[in-house]
Design a protein around this ligand. Structure first.
Ligand code: HEM
Length: 532
């Protein structure tokens, strides 16, 4: 049982109880005065030798670390995960084998665009990141509350985020997600269309973190004990159902209580109303990889549930608030590359980029290579590495630190071939080095249309109003027009309602074609035909 191992580990790191003794310096020296600095006489200068003053102010001066480059604002909670039954049939992941084993988790929910101090209830994607402290090491499922993503390849992520963030000259966004640069990017990169439909829907203003879904987004791979792979998409489903705010409520909350979502999470847990989510998987046998009219490696596409139903495999309960926001919620480091035996990657180019990006950013955000020693990031499985030294090293390693090593005295042995160690899925790959994806990546509109057509009347109305509100704030007329042209590929009626609301002309009705585009809106004609 791993049930209390994370709690026991955290206990070791809790600071001394302030009620148990006097105030001290960092060195443990008792202090009897903390309001007046040491000066020469009553009116003289402060003395350098006042080590308590210097330590106090110096520490304060260094309290801030960089916020996350995206997903800066968030709220976290601890809890546990339990599988409903053994999943040995398709994965050997230890935490998915035995319903009697509880695996501790830490979850961080977040918004994407705003800085740490921004409001909760903005129109935005929500992060839904889960760290499973499994007996075979940490597994991070770093997902969002929407099942698709804006772009297909992580090489575009810096461009996308630069367009999404506030204007560089004055750091003023003209709305949560509404400003010229975002819509400029979106209208020039039609692969964003499916995700933009989700973003303009009520999913982008969840009522509560307790009432929103989570998705791993990418196609991952389960691997069983024999090394056999199965493609898998992950889904979290909230036990309370999916509920959203309406736009007026969202705006009012943002004004009256910018902490609306995180306060709700905190208070629910304090009140014993523990948020609960069911984990489901869509499984696709390896041999069915090419049986879809989209590519499983394309993160702008869902696998429709009519084609592959979601199979519930377990549930997660969040039952403890963190003790300290900075130590835990701010310093937690999720990484798509943190996988355990039984869970592996696919060649989704967005996922591959993420596998580089998270560790890279955390090396600077968390000050060097030892951040996995921070309590919230520590695995409950023992970590025995040959990594040494570096900033913020807190371990006292003994002995040597190299391999192979005939002298012993510290270097851990390699795991035997008993199936315990992680071994990368032996996928066969060959090909030329090219910058090109399969043809179906260019079908930007079919699933956007599927999403639109699956909405009720009132949901469609909300989407139209959201487009009108957000695009109505865009100053550049050609950007408005080009976005409407893109929408016409999704649904002509949608595009015309939006066009009317924001005072731009409609494209030709024939443009309502959401079939794969050989050369989508990026032809020069489309780029410059708007007078830009
Ligand atoms: C942070 C999800 C795409 C880079 C996050 C977080 C989530 C997330 C949930 C916040 C983690 C936390 O709470 O600490 C996703 C999803 C994506 C995606 C679901 C697409 C399916 C990308 C891509 C890149 C990227 C393509 C880069 C190429 C980052 C970075 C952070 C971040 C740098 C900040 C991490 C940190 O400072 O700890 N992402 N992301 N993400 N993401 Fe992504």
């Amino acid at each position: 049982m791993t049930e209390d191992r994370k709690e026991r580990q955290r206990e070791k790191y809790r600071a001394a109880d302030p009620a148990e003794g006097p105030l001290t310096t960092d060195q443990g020296v008792a202090v009897d005065h903390t309001d007046d600095s040491l000066t020469v006489g009553e009116r003289g200068p402060t003395l350098m030798e006042d080590f308590h003053f210097r330590e106090k102010v110096t520490h304060f001066d260094h309290e801030r670390i960089p916020e996350r480059v995206v997903h800066a604002r968030g709220a976290g909670a601890y809890g546990y995960f339990e599988p409903y039954e053994s999943c040995a049939e398709f994965t050997r992941a230890a935490f998915l084998q035995d319903p009697s084993v509880r695996t501790p988790v830490f979850v961080r929910f977040s918004t994407v665009q705003g800085p740490r101090g921004s409001a909760d209830t903005v129109r935005d994607v929500r992060g839904f990141a889960t760290k499973f402290y499994t007996s075979e090491g940490n597994y991070d499922l770093v997902g969002n509350n929407m099942p698709v993503f804006f772009i297909q390849d992580g090489i575009k992520f810096p461009d996308f985020v630069h367009a999404l963030k506030p204007e560089p000259q004055n750091e003023i966004p003209t709305g949560a997600s509404a400003h010229d640069t975002l819509w400029d990017f979106v209208s020039l990169q039609p692969e964003t269309m499916h995700m933009m439909m989700w973003l303009m829907s009520d999913r982008a203003i969840p009522r509560s973190f307790r009432m929103m879904q989570g998705f791993g987004v990418h196609t991952f791979r389960f691997v069983d004990a024999q090394g056999h792979g199965t493609f898998v998409k992950f889904h979290w489903k909230p036990k309370l159902g999916v509920h959203s705010l309406v736009w007026d409520e969202a705006q009012e909350c943002a004004g009256r209580d910018p902490d609306f979502n995180r306060r709700d999470l905190w208070q629910a847990i304090e009140a014993g109303q523990y948020p609960e989510y069911e984990l489901g998987v869509q499984l696709v046998p390896e041999e069915d990889e090419f049986n879809f009219d989209f590519d499983l490696l394309d993160a702008t596409k869902i696998i429709p549930e009519e084609q592959v139903p979601v199979r519930p495999i377990g549930h997660m309960v969040l039952d403890r608030n963190p003790d300290n926001f900075f130590a835990e919620t701010e310093q937690v480091a999720f990484h798509t590359g943190n996988v355990v035996p039984g869970i592996d990657f696919t060649n989704d180019p967005l996922l591959q980029a993420r596998n580089f990006s998270y560790l890279d950013t955390q090396l600077i955000r968390l000050g060097g290579p030892n951040f996995s020693q921070i309590p919230v990031n520590q695995p409950v499985a023992p970590a025995r590495t040959n990594h040494r030294d570096g900033y913020h090293q807190t371990m006292i390693h003994k002995g040597t630190s190299y391999s192979p090593n005939s002298l012993g005295g510290g270097c851990p042995a390699l795991a035997g071939a008993d199936g315990y160690a992680f071994s990368h899925y032996a996928e066969r790959v060959e090909g030329h080095k090219i910058r090109k994806r399969s043809e179906s990546f260019k079908d930007f509109y079919s699933q956007a249309a599927l999403f639109w057509n699956s909405m009720t009347d009132w949901e469609q109305r909300h989407i139209v109003e959201a487009f009108q509100f957000e695009l109505g704030k865009v100053d550049a007329v050609h950007v408005r027009e080009r976005t409407v042209e893109q929408l016409a590929h999704v649904d002509y009626d949608l595009a015309s309602q939006v066009a009317q609301g924001i005072g731009v002309a409609m494209p030709e009705p024939g443009a309502n074609n959401h079939k794969p585009q050989a050369s989508p809106a990026l032809s020069l004609d489309n780029l410059h035909g708007d007078g830009s």
